[in-house]
Design a protein around this ligand. Structure first.
Ligand code: ZN
Length: 256
């Protein structure tokens, strides 16, 4: 697990598993004279989740709210680190969680079994809080923008801390993973929707991989659009055996 500051008020922590990212963002609450911090998504391994609260507290991030970009189990583990907090999700994610009861729990159990990971407790979502998308969620004196981001999955929310220039996109614009496409038109629409947000951002955090600067994110955006156009050629640097498997799964899912 590694942590990197992308802004004075934002730190990105990357899991050893799939380079899954989580982002802590803080803002002043001037009425109460303190900082408030929110955690978006989560690392995977139990030791990482155990270490996360102390690591973030040491960096000056006292987490008081949790958010997940989408309902895939690898992004839903925040409550394993902060069990006293409720998980916030976009409305489409709340809907998906309701429509697919037990799917996230099973996904985590299967991945744990595949990688011989022992976990003290199964995935517990608690009573998650549903947030309107598009919409806003408050953090101290600031507001985070919530933008729809479907196509990778049926749900998905991109979170933009515009005052800090930090954009957390969920599973898009990754430097380590090609697009995993569930719905091609929705995926394209999301990439198009992300473009102006990337233009307005300083740091773009993908669900898996490294935080990017604007130019890198725009290059990845172009590469992803080129991949989506023909669904033939994998982007350079993202053509490993595992990425070819994802590509084959895309073709099968999209009936190509
Ligand atoms: Zn993911």
């Amino acid at each position: 697990m590694r942590a990197v500051g992308v802004h004075t008020d934002a730190v990105v922590v990357t899991s050893r598993m799939w380079q899954t990212t989580c982002t802590a963002i803080r803002a002043a609450n001037s009425a109460e004279g303190r900082m408030e911090a929110m955690l978006i998504d989560s690392p995977y391994f139990p030791d990482e989740l155990d270490a996360l609260p102390a690591l973030l507290a040491q960096a000056g991030f006292e987490i008081s709210a949790l958010l997940a970009t989408h309902a895939d189990y690898d992004h839903l583990l925040g409550r394993a680190a902060f069990p006293q907090l409720a998980l916030g999700v976009g409305e489409p994610t709340a809907l998906r969680l309701r429509e697919e009861p037990g799917v996230a729990q099973r996904g985590l159990r299967d991945a744990d079994a595949e990688h011989y990971v022992e976990r003290a407790a199964p995935l517990s979502l608690g009573s998650y809080q549903s947030l309107p998308v598009p919409g806003y969620v408050g953090l101290g004196d600031q507001e985070l923008e919530l933008h729809p981001a479907e196509g990778h999955t049926a749900d998905g929310t991109a979170v933009f801390a515009r005052w800090a220039g930090v954009l957390c996109v969920g599973d898009y614009l990754s430097d380590v993973e090609i697009p995993m496409v569930r719905d091609l038109e929705e995926y394209r629409a999301t990439v198009a929707r992300l473009a102006p947000l990337v233009e307005a951002a300083e740091a773009i955090v993908p669900g898996h991989g490294s935080p990017h600067d604007r130019d890198t994110a725009l290059r990845l955006l172009d590469e992803d659009l080129a991949y989506l156009d023909g669904l033939t050629k994998l982007p350079g640097g993202r053509d490993s055996k595992r990425q070819r498997q994802i590509h084959d799964a895309n073709l099968a899912r999209l009936d190509r």
